[in-house]
Ligand binder design. Structure first.
Ligand SMILES: [Fe+2]
Ligand SMILES: [Fe+2]
Length: 168
């Protein structure tokens, strides 16, 4: 892991206060095998699910810190919001992936670590409005935006690579 999509900040830069505080929020979770397994799956184009989760976690952290929300819970929820282990582009799920995977992520997260109410709500509702129920906390609304923002950035990054390699 070096940086977050769209950001110049290196996450291992000990002189950067944002990077250090962000890593402090999520470092225990990052060590979990279940979180590291996310690197085995692609989420959007060539972005792994782990990198996507770090991207979302970081923007959750920055926005919630700026707005004086609970940035630690927001960062942790961001890292765990897509904690599922299947290829969503090919595998069949009991219900539509959009509705199914937030529940699966919350179930896996609860099995793996302690989750507070804000984190649980943000994970379960991150697909809002394409999910059941309305977000309860302001941090949950933030993740609905950062998740979509990161998805768009990740797809655009891939398009940029393809266009560049096509014309070079
Ligand atoms: Fe998701
Ligand atoms: Fe996501």
């Amino acid at each position: 892991m070096d940086r977050v999509i769209g950001s110049r900040i290196m996450l291992d830069d000990y002189d950067d206060l944002y990077a250090m505080e962000f890593m402090d929020c999520i470092s225990d979770l990052l060590e979990l095998e279940g979180v590291q397994r996310l690197s085995e799956y692609f989420q959007h184009c060539s972005t792994t699910r782990l990198q996507h989760s770090i991207n979302v976690a970081y923007y959750n952290y920055r926005i919630c810190k700026f707005l004086h929300f609970d940035y630690k819970s927001a960062a942790r929820a961001g890292l765990l919001h897509d904690l599922f282990y299947y290829d969503w582009t090919t595998e069949k799920t009991p219900e539509r992936h959009t509705f199914y995977h937030p529940k699966e992520a919350l179930k896996n997260a609860l099995e793996m670590t302690d989750i507070n109410a804000i984190e649980a709500d943000a994970i379960a509702k991150h697909m809002w409005p394409m999910c059941f129920g309305i977000p309860k906390y302001k941090e949950s609304y933030v993740i609905t935006l950062t998740d979509k923002y990161c998805a768009v950035m990740e797809v655009c990054q891939q398009l940029k690579f393809r266009i560049k390699s096509h014309f070079n």
